[in-house]
Design a binder for this molecule. Structure first.
Ligand code: MN
Length: 432
């Protein structure tokens, strides 16, 4: 039995506001679906963040519809869950995947937590935020029991796990039931294949370079999907790569070699098939930014899709060295230090959670965290009651997306949660 695993396609993402980048994602998606059809798997699993927004543009919806119908014509069923980008954290919100249920998309949701394909159990959960982790753990344990009688078991999730995302995770690796053969994960945009339980745990990574800091992983491991071969006693995961049409260039130039290096870069770019995105840093020496900027533009503007220049003259570099020497500049450490007077770990935890959420404009989440803290500390309430209330709210908020659900009026497009962005950045910073 063979299946394909794909995740984090983010259809509709318009990087740097460029229509060309939106189209790059669509083209990459089409390439991937063509490759999947070539591979002819028994089915395809999509582990969430199918779309960039929970209210995708008609273009993004149409691209998915086309490719989905192509899979259907080729007899390849699709199983999917909603990721954090697909879900709007509002009452009665439904993810866009629901639109394709009647066309045959198998949407794994709290109401339909698993499907059976021959002797294969395919179960999973949509994205759960940190606040909903207890309910997520319950669902995982429930799925683990339901799966027991099947010879092949697949778990589909869209979460950060501490082992792979130590800065921002919802699940600890120990929270995950061990009796599945394949863990089809989404959320982390880098590509990971690991041994877990008796099988494999895998993040197939994002479709395209969603953030410039995914570039390192892309250079090493490419982008694409996983082809998974499953027999009764083994699981083999084979990455299948697609070629991205456009290059992302990251180049550091010493100002003393500026003229030569910029010429070299220009002749490199002229050989490419598509205009690249150029992340250019000019550093060292004392130079006038305006002059350098003008030269960069003259040489590279017409032949690049986007130039993202950073100028670090000698003075700026010296300032940076000064900052590097101050060990406690990590805002989290500074916060913790300030709050030592309270001698209360919960207060430090609250402050750090608020910092994380507020720096990502997650106001609703922050409000929830604050209210919960306030109730636990200052209201004479049974904590178990609060947990129960939270659970009820979650159920209403997230998990009622069957076809009959009513959509709530006028939701704000800017309210989508943008977790990955920050996570991947932290992860990469952490690694480098
Ligand atoms: Mn994502």
């Amino acid at each position: 039995m063979k299946f394909a695993h794909l995740a984090d396609t983010h259809l509709g993402y318009r990087q740097y506001g460029l229509i060309e980048r939106e189209e790059d994602f669509y083209n990459a998606f089409e390439d991937i679906i063509n490759k999947i059809i070539e591979e002819n798997p028994d089915f395809l699993i999509h582990s969430g963040d199918l779309f960039e927004f929970s209210k995708p543009s008609p273009n993004a919806l149409l691209i998915f519809q086309e490719q989905f119908l192509k899979l259907k014509d080729n007899g390849i069923p699709v199983y999917a869950i909603a990721g954090n980008h697909d879900i709007l954290m509002r009452k009665n919100a439904i993810p866009p995947q629901v639109l394709f249920k009647k066309l045959g998309l198998n949407l794994i949701s709290p109401k339909n937590p698993y499907f059976i394909y021959d002797d294969v159990f395919i179960g999973g959960c949509p994205y759960h935020s940190k606040l909903q982790v207890d309910s997520l753990k319950n669902s995982l344990n429930h799925l683990s029991k339901e799966a027991e009688n099947y010879s092949k078991k697949i778990l589909v999730i869209h979460q950060g796990i501490d082992k792979y995302l130590p800065w921002e995770y919802e699940l600890e690796i120990a929270d995950i039931p061990q009796n599945f053969d394949y863990y089809a994960c989404g959320h982390v945009h880098t590509r990971i294949i690991d041994d877990f339980g008796g099988g494999k745990l895998a993040y197939s990574g994002s479709l395209e370079i969603w953030k410039a800091n995914e570039l390192g992983d892309y250079v090493k491991k490419n982008k694409g999907f996983y082809s998974v071969e499953m027999s009764n006693d083994s699981v083999k995961v084979e990455p299948v790569n697609i070629e991205l049409q456009r290059e992302f260039i990251i180049k550091n130039i010493q100002y003393s070699q500026f003229d030569d290096e910029i010429q070299e870069l220009q002749s490199y770019i002229l050989k490419l098939n598509a205009k690249p995105i150029v992340n250019l840093t000019v550093e060292g020496g004392n130079f006038n930014r305006g002059d350098v900027y003008e030269k960069v533009n003259t040489e590279l503007f017409d032949i690049s899709l986007k130039i993202r220049p950073v100028f670090k003259s000698e003075d700026i570099l010296n300032d940076e060295k000064l900052i590097e020497n101050i060990a406690t500049l990590d805002p989290k450490e500074l916060l913790a230090e300030k709050l030592e007077v309270f001698d209360n770990e919960d207060i430090v935890k609250l402050a750090i959670e608020l910092l994380n959420n507020l720096s990502n404009d997650k106001l609703e989440e922050s409000e929830k965290i604050s209210n919960k803290f306030f109730k636990e500390y200052f209201e004479d309430l049974d904590i178990s009651e609060i947990e129960f209330d939270d659970f009820e709210i979650e159920e209403a908020n997230l998990f009622s997306y069957d076809d009959e659900s009513k959509n709530s009026p006028d939701k704000d497009l800017n309210n989508f949660t943008d977790v990955d962005n920050d996570i991947i950045e932290k992860r990469n910073n952490d690694q480098t």
